[in-house]
Design a protein around this ligand. Structure first.
Ligand code: OOB
Length: 579
């Protein structure tokens, strides 16, 4: 394991970094510079469209000016480059401007999901020692503002709460000195700002290219999620390589409907990638097909991204609509699908139903992105998850003894490369080894996926050897769920496993052995306990099996394979009993 530097970031070895720079993989320019270059070249074109209720359109000039003004205002609040800002915003123009303001000022956004609740946000804020949090006031009936204040009360580092659409935003006297109106922070520059804005760069505050650009959240296989450090240099390469793989250019209009804080819609090539190549980003807060199709039609969307569950909904909706859908989707040339395994049957339906070429994307926030290419033969597109997007991506497929297996044989995926970091972020003072799990001594990241490499280089995801549940692309650590079940109380043993689901692929099922003397718990009680613990809804168990004992493997661990088979059989029986 490499040693993290003082700021908790594991650097690439010096000789490797020299090689990546010499080859031009790392261009040595911060993302803000790269994006502003495009903005300066085409200032009057529309760069960002918020197709949600806000209905906002920003030209490249407006976008860069607002982002620079916001960068200045973040610094005026007292935030410094390298300070962490926990971002929990829905897809909208505000997300884009705030993210760019961070990239310009060097304040590091920590990309939380709108679905996160107290349990997750507390962890992310304390792990990153966040000094600020950006939230919507109320979203889908949930009071994010109140929760953010609760966190600020409890966490010493969290000094600033930036609230979007705060009901008190017009008040002269904000109700709390820590509270700031995010709408005002993201407003166009005033005359006073104008001069100050140049100082973001002039003061030498513009971040270095090897500085941290964003902190992403890991899928997490061991307990709580870890933070993934992405530098300007490596993330810029991630954007360029994935943009090239989907042949993205200035005429493209990218629709972001998946939560933009995920690496996939953010940067593969996503919202940032389309802006980098001079195209247009359209933001929608939900992938619901009626709205998404209407937006594709009205905005002339050419590329979008979906998890398999969303792609299935789009395919089903388009099939129902028939000709009408083909008309609405006329401009859509490619649909990227990834995050979890797309069943081959559905893959084959994408092009006929939507008229768009399918691009399978098998990626990870930790780096490596594989995709099928737009001119691949049908068999590659519908039955494989593609190949690495960059020539310097290294991939090994190994057996349990770390020996490379031949093509065609399933094995564990290991990867290294110029946009795959060498370790997770480790907070100051913590044992770095704790954050080195999944990385080998020589810098390979073990993704926990079991893959087959075909002779043509394309990978097929066969399964995984990590203890995680992939619920429609949202990753849930089994260990985290089990810890929460123990906290809910009344059980001696708990095991969380994936149960098959026709829509989401997998959902969370929990097996428990109740403690002697405690009443048998119901699923409803367990769900209520999760809500009380402030856990994101997508992690809440959706099936509970109360048993007298759990099957054990030979080495004395709970035999999860047996449990997965057990729940699959139970579901099958229940289904055949119904029909
Ligand atoms: C994406 O990133 P993460 O970090 O949320 O999750 C990564 C994991 C992979 O290790 C794999 O287990 C699974 O998600 N996964 C897939 C897949 N794409 C991701 N499993 C099967 N088939 C696929 N196509 O999920 C992500 C990041 C960037 C682009 C796309 C997805």
């Amino acid at each position: 394991m490499s040693c993290p530097s003082r700021d908790g970031v594991v650097p690439w070895p010096a000789d490797v970094a020299v090689r990546y720079r010499a080859a031009g993989y790392w261009e040595g320019r911060p993302l803000g510079d790269l994006l502003w270059e495009v903005a300066d070249a085409h200032p009057d074109e529309v760069a960002v469209v918020d197709a949600g209720p806000a209905q906002v359109r920003l030209t490249r000039r407006e976008l860069s000016q607002r982002a620079d003004a916001a960068a200045r205002r973040l610094l005026d609040l007292g935030l410094r480059p390298d300070d962490r800002l926990l971002v929990q915003l829905p897809n909208g123009w505000e997300f884009v401007v705030l993210t760019l303001a961070c990239l310009r000022s060097g304040v590091i956004p920590v990309m939380a999901l709108p679905a996160h609740r107290k349990h997750e946000l507390t962890h992310l804020a304390s792990l990153s020692q966040a000094r600020a949090i950006a939230v919507p006031s109320v979203l889908r009936g949930f009071d994010h503002e109140a929760l953010a204040h609760e966190l600020a009360d409890e966490l010493g580092d969290l000094e600033h709460v930036l609230v979007l659409g705060a009901p008190d935003q017009d008040d002269d006297a904000p109700r709390d000195a820590r509270s700031h109106d995010l709408g005002a922070l993201l407003a166009p520059p005033t005359d006073d700002d104008e001069a100050a804005t140049d100082r973001v760069v002039a003061d030498g505050l513009a971040p270095a290219a090897d500085a941290v650009a964003v902190l992403l959240i890991s899928g997490g296989t061991t307990g709580l999620p870890k933070l993934i450090v992405r530098t300007h240099d490596d993330y810029a390469l991630n954007l360029r390589a994935t943009a090239a793989a989907v042949e993205l250019g200035r005429d493209d209009v990218y629709l972001g409907t998946l939560p933009a804080s995920h690496n996939f819609p953010l940067a593969c090539p996503g919202v940032l990638g389309v802006l980098l190549v001079g195209g247009r980003a359209v933001m929608l807060p939900s992938p619901e097909p009626v709205r998404a199709f209407a937006t594709i039609e009205s905005e002339g969307v050419t590329v979008s991204a979906a998890v398999p569950a969303v792609a299935q909904r789009w395919v089903d909706h388009a099939t129902e609509l028939g000709e009408e859908a083909r008309r609405q989707l006329r401009t859509l040339r490619a649909l990227q699908v990834g995050g979890s395994r797309l069943p081959d049957e559905y893959a084959a339906r994408v092009k006929p139903a939507l008229g768009a070429t399918l691009q399978q994307v098998f990626g990870m926030a930790e780096g490596l992105i594989n995709t099928t290419r737009l001119d691949d033969p049908d068999d590659v597109v519908t039955t494989t998850q593609g190949r690495p997007v960059h020539e310097a991506d290294e991939v090994r497929v190994v057996d349990a003894w770390d020996r490379d297996v031949p093509d065609g044989t399933p094995g564990a995926l290991l990867t290294r490369g110029p946009y795959t970091p060498r370790g997770y972020y480790s907070p100051p003072g913590s044992p770095a080894e704790q954050y080195a799990t999944a990385f080998t001594d020589d810098g390979w990241y073990g993704s926990g996926d079991v893959v087959v490499r075909r002779p043509d280089g394309n990978l097929v995801v066969h399964g995984r050897d990590k203890d995680m549940i992939n619920r429609g692309g949202e990753k849930i650590s089994a260990e985290e769920v089990e810890d929460l079940v123990y906290r809910a109380g009344g059980v001696d043993l708990a095991a969380a496993v994936a149960m098959p689901d026709p829509v989401l692929g997998e959902r969370v099922c929990v097996y428990v052995v109740p403690s002697a003397g405690s009443g048998v718990m119901s699923l409803e009680q367990l769900k209520a306990a999760f809500t009380d613990l402030g856990v994101a809804a997508y992690k809440t168990p959706e099936r509970l099996e109360v048993v007298a004992e759990l099957p054990m493997s030979k080495v004395g661990k709970i035999d999860k394979k047996a449990l997965r088979a057990d729940v699959a059989t139970r579901l099958q029986h229940a289904q055949s009993a119904q029909t």
